[in-house]
Design a protein around this ligand. Structure first.
Ligand code: PXG
Length: 446
């Protein structure tokens, strides 16, 4: 076939061209799950069937779908100015958004660097951490510490500090000089905890062990999700994050909270840092910042970190890093409208007040077939199911399918763990329907 012809002719099976991310592609094609429209708490499939979104898309549509003010802000911005160069030029909305985000972040975190995804926000935060120490003449601090079961996106540094074996083992040597704290999850000690488990704060002391091993003078930063989302909603043990903060302080190590999921109300506060009263040096964010409507992410840095860079001759670039689409006008417009919506509808507070409703609903699944543990915090919950012997992940995948096709319900799965994270606009009825649908899907697989 001539290249010219190829460009014009669709493949015999049009679905073949698309390589889906984090999806079993061949299996998907047999029974594709398609959605064509969304509104509020619901998706609609091509036949018009309504599907309750119990996952906020992928943890991002916190205000629900296709909200008018966000749509209109994007439309207006697209017509007014489609793009502005991110390097050496700027546009008004990017300043306004940075100020708004600094206002939402804990006191002292007041400089915002924009990127386009959670993965980029992690790469950026880790690079800032390394460059920060170097800028202060402490260039020996090159090690990065993550945590087992952590998810920090799919960049090379993100998978290196992350703690998910399947996301790591295929990709060579990753980034050198990385070590990991242990996961804070131990089913034997924590099963069926409501909210933050009582057991586990002492696991932060493992950082002292890593300091003893590597010496503090070699460690740049520790990165953790305040609540581990992707590996199944693992809330921090009570006191754990406080302990991590004080050990980092003691040794001059930067603390990074990856708030890509926990930011923008998921835990009933603008950021989890506020819920836990712990201020990190850097916060990564993405997802909810634009309600998922336009890709955007970023890093919020403390004044101290920012100011360490603001030295040297003023005509010289301070941080050799950035993306073509950093602070994209459409993303900024969407984010400003999103933040207005969160504020005007009190959605962060609403998430806090609905936490107990979701908690009671999911914990009522205790005793259902295969249920090994149930966890919840804020507007997020997870149910661990017993894997089918020799086929880890199969039960989870079957549940995803049954929920979608039979229960008109979109959930998340991580292996054999079900995650529920509805938009923060969810009412009691919708939470009950979502959890009821999960129950029916579980019963159907029994
Ligand atoms: N950090 C954290 C804490 C995340 O949860 C990322 C970084 C990466 O973000 P991007 O925008 O590069 O995907 C994430 C993303 C799930 C699920 O089902 C979770 C994520 C993405 C997709 C699915 O749990 N988290």
């Amino acid at each position: 076939m001539l290249p010219a012809q190829k460009a014009h002719e669709p493949l015999p099976n049009a679905a073949d061209a698309y390589w889906l991310p984090f999806t079993p592609n061949r299996h998907f094609r047999k029974d594709p799950r398609l959605v064509v429209r969304a509104e509020g708490m619901y998706y609609f499939d091509p036949a018009g069937r309504r599907v309750l979104d119990a996952a906020s898309g992928l943890w991002c549509t916190n205000a629900g779908h296709t909200r008018r003010p966000i749509i209109e802000a994007i439309q207006r911005q697209a017509a007014e100015m489609d793009y502005a160069p991110a390097f050496q030029f700027a546009h008004p909305k990017v300043f306004e958004l940075a100020a708004r985000l600094a206002g939402l972040a804990p006191k002292g975190l007041d400089h915002v660097f924009f990127v386009n995804s959670g993965s980029e926000s992690v790469e950026t935060a880790l690079k800032i951490a390394l460059a920060y120490h170097r800028a202060r003449g402490d260039a020996g601090r090159v090690r990065l510490i993550g945590r087992e079961r952590g998810y920090h996106g799919v960049g090379f540094a993100g998978i290196a500090v992350g703690g998910i074996v399947t996301n790591r083992k295929f990709f060579g040597t990753l980034v050198a000089g990385v070590d990991h704290l242990p996961t804070t999850y131990d089913r034997a000690k924590q099963a069926f905890s409501r909210g933050e488990p009582e057991w586990g704060a002492h696991l932060a002391d493992e950082l002292e062990r890593l300091v003893a091993l590597h010496d503090a003078s070699t460690i740049a930063a520790v990165i953790v999700e305040p609540m581990a989302g992707s590996t199944g909603v693992i809330p921090p043990p009570q006191g754990y994050l406080q302990r991590l903060r004080s050990i980092c302080d003691k040794h001059g190590i930067l603390l990074i909270f990856d708030e890509v999921i926990t930011g923008f109300g998921r835990l009933g506060a603008p950021f989890a840092a506020e819920r836990y009263g712990v201020t990190p040096d850097l916060i990564t964010f993405a997802k909810g910042v634009t309600n998922g409507a336009v890709p955007m992410g970023g890093v919020i840095a403390s004044r101290g970190v920012y100011e360490a860079f603001m030295t040297g001759p003023e005509h010289v670039i301070e941080l050799f890093h950035g993306y073509t689409y950093s602070g994209h006008p459409l993303a900024c417009a969407a984010a400003l409208a999103t933040l207005d919506l969160y504020r005007d509808e009190g959605l962060f507070e609403r998430a806090g007040s609905m936490e107990k409703v979701l908690e009671d609903a999911v914990h009522a699944l205790k005793g259902a077939p295969f249920v090994l543990d149930i966890r919840n915090v804020g507007m997020a919950a997870a149910i661990d199911l017993e894997p089918i012997a020799g086929m880890p992940g199969k039960r989870g995948y079957e549940l995803l399918q049954r929920a979608f096709f039979d229960q008109n319900l979109m959930i998340r799965i991580a292996g054999d763990t079900i995650a529920i994270a509805p938009p923060l606009i969810a009412g009691e009825d919708e939470i009950a329907i979502a959890v009821g649908g999960v129950r029916k899907a579980i019963d159907a697989t029994a």
